[in-house]
Design a binder for this molecule. Structure first.
Ligand code: BTN
Length: 244
């Protein structure tokens, strides 16, 4: 059961680092939680500001999947977080691959890390950062401009423990579905919760810049972008911006 083991710290470098250290000897569903992180990490080597009031956690998963299906797990996590936020009355949408936004402002980021051997996943660390009761005034100017929190959206601080319980429940439900159902069903739900499909996007990867219209998600969890020459690009990981 997700959250059966919760390791709680007042401060860590990064919950993802601690989760990695203990992953091989921990059971699936173990959670590492910290009130603050000294070097919280975001995607693409970015810093993640982890001030008090947020929920900074890493969930250890051990799915028997090939490494090239890893992006699927990321999409599943985005669905779970979005559902948990919507249950609180927050109008959350997923921006590919897994930023969760409210009216265009970021409320949650997800950092998926993996350990794999000969193409098979050994464990996955799902790092989830949610600005629950974060005071936006505690954030750096440029981060603050593009961020929101649950408290900021609903007008009052919420109980983080009950939100954590509801989040872990959603994660577990989605994970069970991921293991037992067709991935196409998950893609459909992801598309329903996302505001990316149908938008004009600029996607950057370490080696490419692709501009065009986001038109779908593949079996592997890649974003499909149609460029102006009607060429389709499948992007498995990258940074996406809306250009309209
Ligand atoms: C992103 O949007 O770039 C991903 C941000 C992920 C932040 C979370 S907070 C808990 C976990 N520990 C980390 O160091 N990062 C993730």
């Amino acid at each position: 059961l997700f959250g059966n083991d919760v390791l709680y710290y007042s401060e860590l470098e990064s919950t993802n680092n601690t989760a990695r250290e203990i992953a091989s000897r921990s059971s699936e569903g173990t959670v590492v939680l910290a009130e603050t992180q000294k070097s919280g990490r975001g995607r693409m080597g970015r810093e993640w500001q982890s001030v008090p009031g947020g929920l900074w956690l890493s969930l250890i998963l051990k799915p028997s999947i090939p490494l090239d299906n890893l992006s699927r797990v990321t999409l599943v996590a985005g669905i779970a977080v979005t559902n948990a936020l919507r249950n609180m009355g927050v109008d959350a949408h997923i921006k590919w691959p897994n930023d969760v936004l409210v009216k265009g402002k970021k409320i949650c980021g997800i950092l998926t890390e993996v350990s794999a051997e000969i193409g098979k996943v050994e464990y996955v660390i799902l790092g989830i950062g949610i600005n629950v009761n974060v005071k936006l005034s505690d954030l750096n100017d440029d981060i603050r401009r593009n961020s929101t929190s649950i408290a900021n959206e609903t007008g009052k601080p919420i109980d983080r423990t009950s939100f954590l319980a509801s989040l872990l429940y959603e994660l577990e439900q989605q994970y069970i579905r991921f293991k037992t159902r067709q991935f196409a069903e998950i893609v459909d739900e992801w598309i329903n919760l996302s505001d990316t499909i149908g938008r004009n996007v600029r996607v950057t990867t370490p080696t490419l810049l692709i501009e065009g219209k986001a038109i779908g998600i593949t079996e592997k969890g890649a974003l499909v972008v149609l460029d102006k020459n009607d060429k389709k690009h499948e992007i498995i990981a990258g940074n996406c911006r809306y250009s309209d």
